[in-house]
Design a protein around this ligand. Structure first.
Ligand code: HDD
Length: 689
């Protein structure tokens, strides 16, 4: 039965329905007597056209799918609340930023290139789209987990997407950039270089949606009550710190669990472990903008946090899973044009093009101009205008007022809503400054010409391990360029403008000669390295939000097992018992302990750290179990902590686990080690570029 959902802010949203034990009916309300058999002419005869129950059911089923998003097709959504925690009324009049204000939100995270049924852990940018149902209308901040973008002008977006998606003739690869057409295009587009550095870093391998940053990417404007304009970049900072996987781990995660990140988000919220991010702003004025060696309207550039610190102004908490994936996550429509009084667009030419694209795409995806009436998209504040009719109209406006101006109220009739100069959204007049307007020209501003300085800034802000990952990703991706031999050298020629050492490492990794440096449209300059750009410098040593896989077998010491579970739980981690049989293992005290996962289906890549608690006999059995050896081997290779009982030593030896500070006894040192990764171990387990 339908009920009213209560929102985070206490208001009512859309109707949520459950079965309530009601009678099964057709879509037109006619009770159904038999949902098992179609109507036939004789028990073994043909089915009759008259069977409206069958026809309606099959007709509806045949049309259940809608076109998937052209990009960001695979995603996961959740409801939550945004609470403004700082007074920024001097900067913005937006109601959503009033200190203490709580606003209902819906967030959708996504991968970009793959289809709706693709995997969760490819090397890919992640979408981070937030819909704020504010008192003054919906504000959508449709961002990514990377603060810059591949291109400077929206006119190149279809080329980018065509190049990265599966190749037009062969229909593969799915959800991956490691192929000819992407690198052909990217190597011919030097403006992609900065974003490529991010894409080849571990930023595109987030451990969890809950452990990644989000960015509004573009420069936007904040407008206060007096009409004063400031420029702003939006940031989301995860409370759990940053954490990424490594490439080999991400590959193995695809095999272990296609839904790794979707499951992670759902289960965290389901268990009351609500993910949180702080909203940060970098605010600057025209003088600052004009003084920078880059253009703040260029979406391939960021503003280093060391130059303009991020000020935290609110907290986002995701506290409710969707009731229905299709109705909510699939039908949610994000629109960068959804903006509210107190915030405004800049002239960033990428943003300007987006302002058309999203509205347009919803019509083809959701089939009607009335997509705003789908509950997930409907504003939570009153809304009304004189737009009428259209396909799937669900509103029933009363009276004759479908035009304006009208004088119907003088006759005692309902005259409809009216514009409000005081409350209404007023576009900022921007004739000057970094946002200037002028002659009508199909050009790229000269200030957008430097494609390498910030790519260099990014690379040089990484620690040695992160740099090795970037170099190795370039090698891997370019090694997958099969037919187009001109492409890898052309890419390396571009990289020489970023960093000579990086270019040499990639050339060596590919086994090709170092090509001549590509001619830069503008010579790059050195910028001071920024710690904020490194994942490793922004990780949190914690077990909170992380999972520890505990491998047991018959004979495992019950006391040791309980002590580890207790220590992990106390450290706010999740203890997951893994055993050869999910029915459980018979412990040392004779009791049977049920497992949370069977060994064959719970490999160590799905955990952040592992404990291996075995008896001599248990270890002996597991030595002949490939999955057990791989459990230890991959945990070691993925730079995770391994806590092991003494009796498990033969298994560790067989798995090639060598002693280091991440390989511990099952005492307090294990929980400490489990809260981090051991990047220093990496040269022992793989060769990086
Ligand atoms: Fe986009 C979806 C983020 C540039 C056109 N985009 C989409 C989504 C995210 C982004 C997170 C998924 C929203 C959801 O969960 O439903 N897009 C970005 C960012 C960009 C960007 C951060 C650059 C800063 N996008 C961009 C350009 C264009 C588009 C330049 C076109 C000119 N994007 C689309 C789209 C999508 C979309 C085709 C597909 C589905 C949708 O809009 O609703 O219109």
């Amino acid at each position: 039965m339908a009920d009213k959902a209560t929102t985070a802010s206490g208001g009512e949203t859309h109707q949520r329905a459950d079965d309530g034990g009601a009678v099964l009916t057709t879509n037109h309300g006619v009770p159904i007597s038999d949902n098992q058999n179609s109507l036939k002419s004789g028990a073994r005869g043909p089915t009759l056209l008259e069977d409206f129950v069958l026809r309606e059911k099959i007709f509806h089923f045949d049309h259940e799918r809608i076109p998937e998003r052209i990009v960001h097709a695979r995603g996961s959504g959740a409801h939550g609340v945004f609470e403004a925690t700082d007074d920024i009324s001097d900067l913005s009049r937006a109601a959503v930023f009033a200190k203490g204000e709580k606003t209902e939100v819906f967030v959708r995270f996504s991968t970009v290139a793959g289809g709706a049924g693709s995997v969760d852990t490819p090397r890919d940018v992640r979408g981070f789209a937030v819909k704020f149902y504010t008192k003054e209308g919906n504000w959508d901040l449709v961002g990514n987990n990377i603060p810059v973008f591949f291109i400077q002008d929206a006119i190149k977006f279809p080329d980018l997407v065509h190049a990265v998606k599966m190749e037009a003739d062969r229909g593969y690869p799915q959800a991956g950039s490691a192929h000819d057409t992407f690198w052909d295009w990217a190597s011919l587009m030097p403006e992609t270089t900065h974003m490529l550095m991010w894409a080849m870093s571990d930023r595109t391998l987030p451990r969890s949606f809950r452990m990644m940053e989000g960015f509004g990417v573009h420069t936007f404007k904040l407008v206060n009550d007096a009409g004063k304009v400031s420029f702003v970049k939006f940031h989301w900072k995860p409370r759990l710190g940053l954490q990424s996987t490594i490439w080999d781990e991400a590959l193995k995660l695809q095999a272990a669990d296609n839904d790794y990140q979707r499951r992670d988000l759902f289960e965290a919220i389901d268990s009351g472990d609500f993910p949180q991010w702080d909203l940060g702003i970098q605010v600057f004025d025209e003088d600052f903008a004009n003084a920078q060696p880059y253009d703040v309207l260029d979406a391939t550039k960021l503003i280093p946090e060391e130059d303009v610190p991020v000020r935290l102004i609110g907290t986002l908490t995701l506290n409710r899973n969707v009731d229905n994936f299709f109705a909510e996550t699939e039908q949610v429509a994000f629109l960068p044009t959804n903006i509210v009084p107190g915030i405004d667009f800049s002239n960033d030419p990428l943003l300007q093009g987006r302002l058309f694209s999203y509205l347009d795409t919803q019509k083809s995806r959701l089939g009607t101009t009335n997509f705003h009436q789908i509950p997930i998209n409907t504003p939570r504040c009153p809304f009304g205008n004189f737009q009428r009719d259209g396909m799937m109209q669900t509103m029933v406006p009363k009276g004759r007022a479908n035009y304006e101006p009208n004088s119907l109220s003088a006759h005692g009739e309902e005259g409809g809503p009216r514009e409000s100069v005081d409350r209404g959204f007023a576009t900022v007049n921007a004739a000057t400054g970094p946002d200037e307007t002028g002659d009508k020209l199909r050009v790229r501003a000269d200030t957008f010409a430097d494609h390498y300085s910030q790519a260099r800034l990014f690379y040089r802000s990484q620690d040695a391990h992160e740099q090795a990952h970037i170099a190795s990703s370039f090698v891997f991706e370019l090694s997958k360029v099969g037919l187009l031999e001109q492409v890898p050298p052309r890419m390396v020629a571009n990289l020489r403008n970023v960093d000579e050492d990086l270019a040499q490492r990639v050339a060596d990794g590919l086994g090709i000669a170092l090509p001549d440096k590509a001619k830069a449209a503008k010579e790059p300059v050195d910028m001071a390295p920024s710690d904020a750009l490194s994942i490793h410098k922004n990780m949190k040593a914690t077990l909170e939000g992380r999972a520890v896989g505990i491998l047991i077998a018959d004979g495992t010491d019950a006391g040791e097992l309980d002590a580890v579970i207790d220590a992990v739980t106390k450290a706010k981690g999740k203890a997951v018992i893994v055993a050869p049989k999910v029915g459980g293992a018979k412990l040392s005290d004779g009791s049977v302990r049920k497992a949370d996962g069977q060994l064959a289906g719970s490999p160590s890549q799905i955990f952040d750290a592992v404990a291996i608690i075995l008896s001599d006999a248990g270890c002996k059995t597991l030595l002949t179990e490939g999955a057990a050896v791989e459990f230890a081997m991959n945990a070691f290779a993925h730079l995770k902590a391994i806590g092991a009982s003494d009796a498990a030593k033969p298994l560790l030896d067989k798995a090639g686990v060598e002693a280091d500070e991440g390989v511990t006894k099952l005492d307090a040192s294990f929980v400490k080690a489990a809260s981090r990764r051991f990047y220093d171990r990496e040269p022992k387990v793989r060769t990086l570029a």
